[in-house]
Design a protein around this ligand. Sequence first.
Ligand SMILES: *Cc1c(COP(=O)(O)O)cnc(C)c1O
Length: 222
Amino acid sequence: MTKIEKKLEFIQKQIENAKLRTNQMQEVKIIAVTKEVDVTRTEEAITAGLSHLGENRPEGLAKKLEVIHSDVEWHYIGSLQTRKVKQVIAQIDYLHSLDRLSLAEEIEKRSTTIVKCFVQVNVSGEDSKQGLTKEQALQFVKQLQSFTKIEVVGLMTMAPFTEDEQVIRQVFRELKQLQQEVVQLCLPNVPCTELSMGMSNDYEIAVEEGATFVRIGTALVG
Ligand SMILES: *Cc1c(COP(=O)(O)O)cnc(C)c1O
C-alpha cells in the first residue's frame, strides 16, 4: 500500500465513523486538493482511487492538465478572477468559489456548457475570508435565476482557523441551514443539494454536520 492509499483508507474510516456518530446517510465525496503537490504526487492520488481533484490557481490547474488525462473530475476551489474565467471554465467540472455577480456574468458569457457551481459563503464573517454573507447569498441565488450557464449545485465555506471545535461546528451548521433555506426557494437552476465544507483539520466535524464534499490537501497528499 502506498502512503496515499493508507491515508485515504484512514480518512474514509474517519468519515464513516463521523456519519455513524450522527446518523448521517449522505454520500461524502473526497476532493484531493493537489494545489501544493506536483504532478507525480497527483498521479499517485489518482492511482489510489481518488477521482475528484482540487486546484486553486489557473496555472496549477493548467500544469496538471498538460500531463494528466485520466478520467477525473476537476474542482476549482480558489478565488477566480473574472479575466481568468475563459481560461479556466472549460477545463473544470465544478467551481467552488462563485461569490459575485460579475463572475457569474462572465461565466454566462464565456461558457458553452452549464457549469456546476458552489456559492461561497463567509459564514463566520471574518474579513480575511472570501465569500458572501448569508443574507447576500440568499439574494445572490435569486439573481442567478435568469442565468442559463450556471447551476448552483450547493454552498461552500471555509471554517475559521481555530482550535475551538464549537466555533467550527457552528459555521458548518449555519451553512447547512442556509442550504435548506435556498432549497426552499425552488429556483430551477439552483438545486443546491450539496455542501462543500471540511478540510484536513475539520472534515470530521463537517461530515457530522452534513458535508457532501470534503476538500482535503495536507492530510491526504501532503
Ligand atoms: C488548500 C485548500 C483546502 C485544503 O486544505 P488542507 O488544510 O490542506 O486540507 C481546502 N479548501 C480550500 C478552499 C483550499 O484553498
